[in-house]
Design a protein around this ligand. Structure first.
Ligand code: PGA
Length: 248
């Protein structure tokens, strides 16, 4: 299975800034057959950045999509529109959207369906918060997020599905999960995937996200069951993101 490293820019970068960043990042990347590298700029920069990603060394991801393809949904962007501008991957239900916009597992499920229907590859984000972990509920929370987020998915869709395990307490805090904590949850996720997607489960990539840096990336990527990374803060620095993408 090819690994996947995605840089989530969140609500950062104007169009000229995004273009300049891609210009500085591309020469730092060393293409490798065993991994894919993607960036997720804000919606406004997608169309401008797409033609700069020549040769496929860098793929384009979006940070969200709506669950209908067109219609009276003010402010929303559909999978059809993202596909048209060259997007391959799309984040679904990032914890910041779950928190600030009250996105639910039901919404996540609709968005996963929409992404698959429109030819995109969804990255369903899951993860427990600090209180849930302290209460011993981390496994149950993550399993429920997966079961509901993948409702209606069938084994044949598995090669296009990604799960990103991002413990909320690790996002933007500088407190990454230890490789052992990540590996333990990835194992739980893999077992839940077996229940939901049966024989398709091994084809799903399970990424880790939360305070990934050049200093912890190699260790995290050596942990069992980690098929890639979702990188926030460090993806805004070309040298750091390039180093992360060339984990060893
Ligand atoms: P971080 O963010 O790397 O800044 O912790 C990860 C994410 O939110 O995807």
């Amino acid at each position: 299975m090819r690994r996947l490293v995605v840089g989530n820019w969140k609500m950062n970068r104007t169009v000229p800034e995004a273009a300049a960043f891609v210009g500085s990042l591309l020469p730092l990347l060393s293409p490798a057959a065993d991994r894919e590298i993607a960036i997720a700029p804000p919606f406004t920069a997608l169309a401008a950045v797409a033609p700069l990603l020549k040769g496929g060394a860098l793929l384009l991801a979006a940070q969200d999509l709506f669950w209908e393809d067109e219609g009276p949904y003010t402010g929303e962007v559909s999978g059809v529109m993202l596909q048209e501008v060259g997007v391959s991957y799309v984040l679904v239900a990032h914890s910041e959207r779950r928190h600030h916009l009250e996105e639910t597992d039901r919404i996540a499920g609709l968005k996963v369906r929409a992404a698959l229907r429109t030819g995109l590859k969804p990255i369903l984000c899951v993860g427990e918060d600090e209180a849930e972990r302290a209460a011993g509920r981390a496994h149950a929370v993550v399993r429920a997020q997966i079961a509901r987020g993948l409702e209606g998915s069938v084994p044949a869709e598995a090669p296009r599905l990604q799960i990103a395990y991002e413990p909320v307490w690790a996002i933007g805090t500088g407190r990454a999960a230890t490789p052992a904590q990540a590996a333990e949850m990835h194992d739980v996720i893999r077992r839940e995937l077996r229940g939901v997607l049966k024989e398709g489960a091994p084809a799903v990539r399970v990424l880790y996200g939360g305070s990934v840096t050049p200093d912890n990336v190699d260790e995290l990527m050596r942990a069992p069951g980690i098929d890639g990374l979702l990188v926030g803060g460090a993806s805004l620095h070309a040298d750091q993101f390039a180093r992360i993408a060339s984990y060893r």
